[in-house]
Design a binder for this molecule. Structure first.
Ligand code: AMP
Length: 410
C-alpha cells in the first residue's frame, strides 16, 4: 500500500516524497496505522528496516503546527544514534514548521540551550544529558504527548534504565508510547508494563534474522596471521566501504594504525574517542573520505551508515546478538553486502553459538594465494565438519573450544 493510504499529513507526505521513499517497509506498513490510531506499539525488527520512519511519520503527522513546548521525545542509547535520528526526523518534517533539539553528552550546553530556548517541538536525547537539562530547568517534559524509547535493550545494557524511569516519571501519563527493542528481557518487560498501555507488538521477521542479501564467510586463521590476513583480505576484496569490527578499544586503535600505515584511508570509532573525533570519523566515512571504519561494537547497533559494502569481523563477536548487529551495517535497505569473519581456534565456541543463533552454517573460506600457517581449525574441516550445521547435529558438543559432531574422535 502506498504511503498515501494511512492518513499521514500533507507536509509529511511531501517530506516522504522528498526522501525518495515510494513504498513503506514492512515495519512501516504495520506500525504507521497503529500509531495513527493512537495505539502504543512495541516494535521488534532487524536493523535497517526503516523503524525511524515507522514511528516518526505517524507522530509528526499528528503534531500539527509548531508550539513552544516539547511534545514528542525520543530517547536513544548513544550520541550517534540520537544525532542520526534527529537528522531523519528533521528531514521528514522539512515541510512543517516543527523544530527539533538534540541533547547528548560529551559536548557543551550552548547549542542545546539555544535550540531548547527557540522552542523545540521535538527532543531527541540520550538519558544522562536530558536529566542534566531537567535538573537545570532548561527543559520541561510536562507537554510530552508522544514518547519513543528506542533501542531499549541497548539502554538496559548500558545501565540507563533507572535514568529512563526518572525521565518517564516526568512525562504526563496521558501520552502515546512506543518502544523498540531487538530482544525483550524481563527488565524491558517490566518497563513495558510500567510505561505502556495495552501495547500492540509488531515483530517483523524472526528476531534473530539477518538480512537475506548478506553473504557470510568465515576465514579460519592462526592467531599470529590475523593481521596479515586482514591486510590480504582488504587487498583482494573489491570493497567500496568496509567496517572492521574489533572486540576492544585498544585493538581498534592498533588495527586502525596498522591500516593507516598500509595506506588505507581508515578512521577509528570507539567510546574513548572524543565526541569531535567520533563525529569526524562517522562523517568522513559517510562522505567517502575514509573507506575503512575500524570500530568496536559501539558502531554496530542501529547506526545508519549507508552503502557499506563489507563488514569484516577482525574479532568474532562474543555475543551472537552482536554478530547480527554488526552485519546489520551491510545489506541495509536490501543492498547486497558481504560479512567476513576472521576466526582463530579459540573462537570455535563463539562461532558455534552464532551459527545456532542465526540457524545457519557459515561457510569456511580460504583466501587464494595467501600462505597459511597451520591451525587446528583446518583439521576440523578435513575431518568433515564442513557443510554440517552444528546446531542440527544431535548430541553435538563443544569440547576444548572445538565443535565435534558425535562419534568423531579427536
Ligand atoms: P532505519 O532502520 O530507520 O535506520 O532506516 C534504514 C534506512 O532505510 C535509512 O537509510 C532510511 O532512510 C531508509 N528507509 C527507511 N524507510 C524507507 C522506505 N520506505 N523506502 C526506502 N528507504 C527507506
Amino acid at each position: 500500500m502506498p504511503f498515501t493510504t494511512y492518513g499521514l499529513s500533507a507536509p509529511i507526505l511531501e517530506g516522504i516524497r522528498a526522501m525518495g521513499y515510494t513504498t513503506p517497509t514492512p515495519i512501516q506498513a504495520r506500525a504507521i496505522p497503529l500509531i495513527m490510531a493512537g495505539r502504543d506499539v512495541i516494535g521488534s525488527a532487524q536493523t535497517g528496516t526503516g523503524k525511524t520512519a515507522a514511528f516518526s511519520l505517524p507522530i509528526l503527522s499528528q503534531m500539527g503546527a509548531h508550539q513552544p513546548n516539547p511534545r514528542f521525545m525520543v530517547l536513544e542509547p548513544t550520541r550517534e544514534l540520537a544525532a542520526q535520528v534527529e537528522t531523519a526526523i528533521h528531514d521528514f518534517a522539512r515541510f512543517t514548521d516543527l523544530k527539533t533539539a538534540v541533547l547528548y553528552g560529551g559536548v557543551g550546553y550552548g547549542k542545546q540551550m539555544d535550540s531548547l530556548q527557540a522552542g523545540a517541538d521535538i527532543i531527541i536525547a540520550t538519558p544522562g544529558r536530558l536529566l542534566d537539562h531537567l535538573e537545570r530547568g532548561t527543559c520541561k517534559l510536562n507537554h510530552i504527548k508522544y514518547l519513543v524509547l528506542d533501542e531499549a535493550d541497548r539502554m538496559l545494557d548500558m545501565g540507563f534504565l533507572p535514568d529512563v524511569r526518572r525521565i518517564v516519571e516526568k512525562c504526563p501519563k496521558e501520552r502515546l508510547t512506543s518502544l523498540f527493542s531487538a530482544t525483550i528481557p524481563p527488565q524491558i518487560e517490566t518497563l513495558i508494563q510500567w510505561t505502556m498501555t495495552n501495547p500492540e507488538t509488531i515483530e517483523i521477521g524472526a528476531r534473530r534474522s539477518v538480512a537475506e542479501t548478506v553473504s557470510h564467510a568465515l576465514y579460519p586463521v592462526a592467531e599470529a596471521q590475523k593481521t596479515d590476513l586482514l591486510l590480504a583480505l582488504l587487498e583482494k576484496t573489491n570493497y567500496d566501504s568496509v567496517i572492521v569490527f574489533c572486540r576492544t578499544k585498544h585493538g581498534a586503535d592498533q588495527i586502525g594504525s596498522l591500516l593507516k600505515r598500509n595506506n588505507h584511508a581508515a578512521a577509528i570509532l570507539h567510546s574513548n574517542r572524543t565526541q569531535g573525533e567520533r563525529e569526524e570519523a562517522l562523517l568522513g566515512f559517510r562522505q567517502g573520505k575514509y573507506e575503512v571504519l575500524v570500530a568496536t561494537d559501539i558502531a554496530s547497533r542501529g547506526l545508519d551508515i549507508a552503502d557499506v559494502s563489507h563488514v569484516i569481523n577482525f574479532d568474532v563477536p562474543q555475543h551472537p546478538e552482536d554478530y547480527i548487529h554488526r552485519i546489520g551495517r551491510t545489506g541495509r535497505a536490501e543492498a547486497s553486502g558481504d560479512a567476513l569473519t576472521l576466526m582463530v581456534a579459540g573462537d570455535a565456541a563463539e562461532v558455534f553459538a552464532i551459527e545456532r543463533f542465526i540457524a545457519r552454517k557459515i561457510p569456511r573460506n580460504k583466501l587464494d594465494n595467501f600462505t597459511y600457517t597451520y591451525t587446528a581449525l583446518f583439521e576440523e574441516e578435513k575431518a568433515g565438519a564442513k557443510g554440517t550445521f552444528p546446531g542440527k547435529v544431535r548430541g553435538a558438543r563443544i569440547r576444548g573450544g572445538y565443535f565435534f559432531a558425535p562419534g568423531r574422535r579427536r
